[in-house]
Design a protein around this ligand. Structure first.
Ligand code: ZN
Length: 93
């Protein structure tokens, strides 16, 4: 990936964030997602993480007995089956 430093190359390209509508230099954006600025993307990522964690905690609290039973079953299953060599990232959105 090219990361040329073009401080003296004149006008820096700007782009409008589709979320906060602010015009920012390209350095204020990630390559992906390209239409949302870093600040918005970071805020969204953090919020999503907090929401997920809170939802999970709520779920666990509501179904604690069942959760513990499933957890024990999952542990027993993992202990019985050897770990897969090729770790496929199961963190799909
Ligand atoms: Zn933004």
């Amino acid at each position: 990936m090219p990361s040329q430093h073009t401080a003296a190359a004149g006008q820096e390209e700007h782009r409008r964030c589709s979320r906060c509508q602010a015009r920012k230099p390209l350095s204020g954006f990630y390559r992906n997602p390209a239409s949302v600025c870093k600040a918005c993307h970071n805020a969204a990522t953090r919020l999503a993480g907090e929401v997920r964690r809170a939802a999970l905690a709520q779920l666990v609290r509501a179904h604690q007995a069942e959760y513990l039973r499933l957890l024990a079953a999952e542990r027993a299953r993992r202990a019985a089956i050897p770990e897969p060599v090729d770790g496929v990232g199961g963190e799909a959105a």
